[in-house]
Write a new protein. Structure first.
Length: 152
């Protein structure tokens, strides 16, 4: 993990790949828990028997929003900003789902900081570019640009 000494030093890391996250296993149990939490029970995610017959490779796939929701967990393994009072999620500008994540896949997050702006209140608006890699698969699960607000 890369440690950034303070929010004032974020710009030093512009367009530099940060440490990738650890690999994360996407299990059927985790997919089912996400379905329970969100009410999204579409069969392609939760019906293992039907997926065996009708899905490519006979496997269920993870929800796109489940994979996106892993950003806080996996991003925290890529870099740490010391001496900040708080970091807030400000939103997403672009999210593109490129490749479905099949059950029992391993995924990890790659991150680059692509823009930093000093705000009038002394905080920093940070735009991150995330790519979720699927182990042994050429195309990523998604590419997303997110905005964080980081305060000294």
């Amino acid at each position: 993990m890369i440690e950034i000494n303070s929010p004032h030093e974020i710009e030093k890391y512009l367009n530099t790949p940060l440490t990738p996250s650890d690999w994360y296993e996407v299990t059927q149990e985790k997919i089912n828990i996400f379905a329970e939490a969100t009410g999204d029970f579409q069969w392609i995610h939760v019906d293992v028997e039907r997926a065996k017959k009708e899905m490519p490779e006979g496997k269920t796939i993870a929800h796109g929003y489940y994979m996106l929701s892993l950003i806080p967990l996996l991003s925290s393994q890529t870099a740490k900003i010391n001496n900040s009072s708080r970091t807030l999620n400000y939103g997403s500008d672009k999210v593109r789902y490129i490749n479905p994540v099949k059950v029992d896949s391993l995924v990890r997050l790659n991150r680059k900081i692509i823009k930093v702006n000093l705000m009038e209140n002394g905080g920093y608006r940070v735009i991150n570019l995330y790519e979720m890699e699927i182990k042994d698969v050429k195309k990523p699960a998604y590419i997303a640009e997110t905005i964080s607000l980081v305060f000294p």
